[in-house]
Design a protein around this ligand. Structure first.
Ligand SMILES: C[S@@+](CC[C@H](N)C(=O)[O-])C[C@H]1O[C@@H](n2cnc3c(N)ncnc32)[C@H](O)[C@@H]1O
Length: 342
């Protein structure tokens, strides 16, 4: 459990701070997000699959997945796919992008000088991946998107909430929620141990989350180490909790379940939320940029079933599965819904 005060070195951000570091963007600006399209007034009961169409499936698989399936003659186990995804994704989060780009350029020069075609190809590929990652994470800040997430998560009627994050990975969104609604307890669940030890375990202590001070109701900055968080390495299907959480959240989970399993993934959310509690679901948007991202990064990320959808499709799935949509918004990379069980 991480409840200690933030190290003094980490307490250095003020509201309004914005800077681009070698790994990530610090954005504690108390301003409207660059991108938040509010769809809360949509009448989800009027939508039909005939109108909205089905989600786009990402089917450019990672070479590693194809190789496994060729040699083993069976599908890559889903959990193994996630382990590779998390290891690969984490590597980029921890990359010093300017240094890595400089290294890749040097490697390319050396390979060209030595007539090493394979080496040159690898260096070019690495440069390309870094270019895309730099754009998405350090220029657009579209993966974490703190101002977009804060806009989406705002206005919940909770005090000291118990928060459950299903498929938590680095736990980012639960930390954002815990900063906005402090004083409660958060449980992160992921069956990949690496998420506990590294993706969350080594999440930058100095990263600031803009939230609120419960004593004064004024805004304040929170750090990971100040939050009351437990990480449970477990399969969501084996969780023993009752309907005890004020907020159940998943970020990029629902789209990994084909339609025949959608009722099950929604049931996971319903199963653990208190009567009257909130369910928050976001999934990646179906937009040219996202399709290009999963195409270019396929060898790193595409180890399992994934859909890209629009807000209507996410809303329709949620409505069909017994949820009332209270708030719907499109942020940089995701669609998001704040819901209650109907
Ligand atoms: C696509 S990731 C979520 C995206 C995340 N925001 C990120 O930064 O990578 C989904 C996470 O859910 C976890 N997961 C998938 N199915 C699970 C299950 N049945 N039980 C526990 N964790 C699961 C995976 O290990 C993975 O870390």
């Amino acid at each position: 459990m991480a409840t200690a005060a933030a190290p003094a070195s980490a307490r250095r951000h003020s509201i309004g701070d914005f800077s681009v570091g070698p790994q990530y963007v610090v954005d504690v600006r108390d301003q409207a997000p660059d991108m938040f399209v509010d769809h809360s007034t949509k009448d989800w009961t009027k939508l039909s699959w005939r109108n909205v169409g089905r989600p786009y499936r990402v089917e450019k698989w990672a070479t590693g997945k194809k190789e496994y399936e060729r040699t083993h003659g069976e599908p890559l186990p889903i959990v193994e796919g996630w382990k590779t995804f998390n290891a690969n994704f984490h590597k980029y989060f921890t990359t010093n992008v300017p240094d890595a780009a400089a290294n890749a350029r040097t490697e390319l020069k050396v390979a060209i000088a030595g007539m090493d075609v394979h080496g040159a190809q690898e260096a070019i590929e690495e440069m390309f991946h870094l270019l895309i990652w730099n754009r998405i994470h350090r220029v657009e800040d579209a993966v974490w998107d703190p101002r977009g997430k804060r806009a989406l998560f705002s206005g919940l009627d909770v005090k000291k909430p118990r928060i459950l994050f299903l498929g938590a990975a680095d736990g980012y969104e639960a930390m954002q929620l815990a900063a906005m609604y402090p004083g409660g307890h958060t449980v992160l669940v992921d069956y990949d141990e690496f998420c506990k030890t590294d993706r969350f375990g080594k999440f930058p202590e100095a990263y600031p989350f803009l939230g609120v001070d419960p004593a004064t109701s004024h805004k304040r900055v929170w750090y990971r180490e100040e939050m009351n968080i437990d990480f449970e390495v477990e399969d969501i299907r084996n969780l023993k909790y009752g309907r005890e959480f004020d907020i159940v959240v998943s970020i990029g989970l629902v789209e990994h379940f084909p339609d025949e399993h959608k009722p099950l993934v929604y049931e996971f959310h319903r199963r653990f939320v208190k009567p009257g509690g909130y369910v928050i679901v976001t999934t990646p948007r179906d937009q040219i940029k996202s399709r290009a991202w999963y195409y270019v990064m396929s060898d790193l990320l595409n180890y399992g079933y994934r859909e890209l959808m629009d807000i209507r499709q996410l809303g329709l799935y949620s409505h069909e599965n017994g949820f009332e949509v209270l708030r719907a918004g499109v942020i940089k990379a995701h669609n998001g819904l704040i819901m209650k069980v109907r």
